[in-house]
Structure formats: structure tokens, C-alpha cells
Design a protein around this ligand. Structure first.
Ligand code: CP
Length: 312
């Protein structure tokens, strides 16, 4: 099966077969990162440009490593060191980058819709590395990969996504992806951090996180997105932690084999206690490891255009 698309903009428009193909391809590429010499010639002569208008540690580094491990030429552009600070527009910036003939542009931007906008004006493939509170598709793909790797399946699993849902592109992409893979999703958190009409996305909604974590297979904690909040949405960090944070005491209510996830960066002691973040149920660092494999798969499928058979 071939990934029949030029760009990766979001999981809303992706179907189950495409997601399965990406996860299967990630599985076959993961072992390259476990070798002594972490490099294969697959994308030799291809060019990947990382264009980040917002800060990133995990996403940018893993896209860079993914490209380099497949032997692509990778160029990182941080907008604070670019001509964006001289007032160059987004359209001019991406058209000038495209004039240098890259194969793939990976973009992160604070405005929802930017990856889609540039995908429509460029011949290069575009990968959305997070656009405002809209989507973060590569994060959701690595989350799905990590859950499948640990649980052996996705279909039928129950997930609680807890925290600042309103400002979370990770939650949005995961809800789309999890539903396509046959998973059951509950979102939980403060009413002030819950988007209006979120139930229209087909999720269960609660403000009681003790109730949300009972009986689920996966708990995904989300960071409070201070940079996207317009006002005070909770009285204090201490109060937030007491009502909505995941700690060892609260974890006793969850299933014995529950897995704990967090996309990072973590606010330790706010949405998750250090004991839980570093504890035996936590897959937070596995998510980061798998992020490289998933991003290798996406670069491979977009720049290579190879046929890879899906297991499902
Ligand atoms: N999860 C995630 O997107 O992390 P970064 O902001 O560090 O890329």
C-alpha cells in the first residue's frame, strides 16, 4: 500500500489504513536507531527543512535525527535567527525556501491552518509539526505507535486524556486518530479548559478525573498551555494539581496495567507528580524514542514514495 498524499496536515483527514501503514513502517525502521551505526542510505540526496516558528525540543530534534538516520540533508531554521525578524512574510519565507528545492518542509507555527496554507502553495511535501491549538499529527502517531507497542493492539482500548484540552493540538489529533483506530476516548479536566461542544468529537466528557481514570487502559496527561491561555483559568497551580494532577494516590484507582503518557514538556508537580512521571507505568521516554521512528517513517513514505505492505 502506498501513502497517497503529498502532505501530513492532520489526522482528521487520514484513514485507518494510512495510520496503520505509518505505524507498520515505523516498526520496521525503529531498529535502525538501535544499531551502532545509526544510518541507512534510503533518503540520500533528499532534503528536509525544519522551519520552526515556535520552540521545540522533542519534535525538532527527532525530525532532524530521523532525516539524518535516513541520510537526507537536514537544515534547521529557527525563525528568531532568520529574516522573519526583519519582517519577511510567511509566504515569502516558504517560497524562498522552496526555491532551494527541498523535498520536505516540516513546519511548526502558532497559527492554526499555516501548514495547510503553505501545502497549497508549495510543490514540496509539508509536514505539520504543530499548528496552534489545531493539530499535532506526528505526536498523535507516535502516541498510537507507543500504545500499540505496549498493549499489542489499539482496537477496543479505553483512553482518558486529561488536562488543558481546550488549548491542546495533541488532544485534538489523538482524538481523531484514536477514534479511527477503534478506541474509546474520555476527556477530563477543568471546565474552563474544555472546548465548547467537545462532545461533538464523539468523546465522553467529565470534570472528575478520579472517575475518568477508573477502568481505562491509557491515561494521557497534558501540559497546561500557559502560552495559549488568555486569562486565569484556575485559582493557583497548587489548586490545579490537587484537583486535576495525577499523583500516586490517585493512580491507585486505575487499572494495574494502565500506561501513563505525556507528550512533554512536563510541568512536574502540576499535571503529573515526579513519582508518576518516572514510575513503572510511565511511557514518557518511550514516546520520545518512538518519535524518531515515526518521523523516519513519515519522511520515508513522503520523500521515498516506496510501497510498503500494511499488516492490517
Ligand atoms: N511534544 C512536543 O511537541 O514537544 P516539543 O514542543 O519539545 O517538540
Amino acid at each position: 500500500m502506498r501513502l497517497a498524499r503529498k502532505d501530513i496536515i492532520g489526522l482528521k483527514e487520514m484513514d485507518k489504513d494510512e495510520i496503520s501503514l505509518i505505524l507498520d513502517t515505523s516498526e520496521s525502521l525503529k531498529e535502525i536507531s538501535e544499531r551502532d551505526i545509526k544510518k541507512v542510505p534510503t533518503l540520500r540526496g533528499k532534503t528536509v527543512i525544519n522551519l520552526f516558528y515556535e520552540p521545540s525540543t522533542r519534535t525538532r530534534t527527532s525530525f532532524e535525527l530521523a532525516g539524518k538516520r535516513l541520510n537526507a540533508d537536514v537544515v534547521n531554521i529557527t525563525t528568531s535567527n532568520s529574516s522573519v525578524v526583519k519582517g519577511e512574510t510567511l509566504r515569502d519565507t516558504v517560497q524562498n525556501i522552496e526555491a532551494m528545492n527541498p523535498n520536505i518542509i516540516v513546519i511548526r507555527h502558532s497559527a492554526p491552518g499555516v501548514p495547510n496554507f503553505i501545502a497549497n502553495i508549495l510543490k514540496s511535501s509539508v509536514i505539520n509539526a504543530g499548528d496552534g491549538a489545531h493539530e499535532h499529527p506526528t505526536q498523535a502517531l507516535l502516541d498510537l505507535y507507543t500504545i500499540r507497542e505496549k498493549k499489542g493492539r489499539l482496537e477496543g482500548l479505553k483512553v482518558a486524556i486529561i488536562g488543558d484540552i481546550a488549548h491542546s493540538r495533541v488532544a485534538r489529533s489523538n482524538i481523531y486518530g484514536m477514534h479511527k483506530m477503534g478506541m474509546d476516548v474520555t476527556v477530563a479536566g477543568a471546565a474552563t479548559m474544555m472546548p465548547l461542544h467537545i462532545e461533538r468529537m464523539g468523546v465522553k466528557v467529565t470534570t472528575d478525573i478520579d472517575k475518568a481514570i477508573e477502568g481505562v487502559d491509557v491515561i494521557m496527561m497534558l501540559r497546561i498551555q500557559m502560552e495559549r491561555q488568555m486569562g486565569n483559568l484556575f485559582p493557583s497551580l497548587r489548586e490545579y494539581s490537587r484537583l486535576f494532577g495525577l499523583n500516586l494516590d490517585r493512580l491507585k484507582r486505575a487499572k494495574e496495567d494502565v500506561i501513563i503518557m505525556h507528550p512533554g514538556p512536563v510541568n512536574r508537580g502540576v499535571e503529573i507528580s515526579p513519582e508518576v512521571a518516572d514510575g513503572p507505568h510511565s511511557l514518557i521516554l518511550d514516546q520520545v524514542t518512538n518519535g524518531v521512528a515515526v518521523r523516519m517513517a513519515l519522511l520515508y513514505l513522503l520523500a521515498g514514495g516506496f510501497e510498503v505492505s500494511s499488516k492490517e
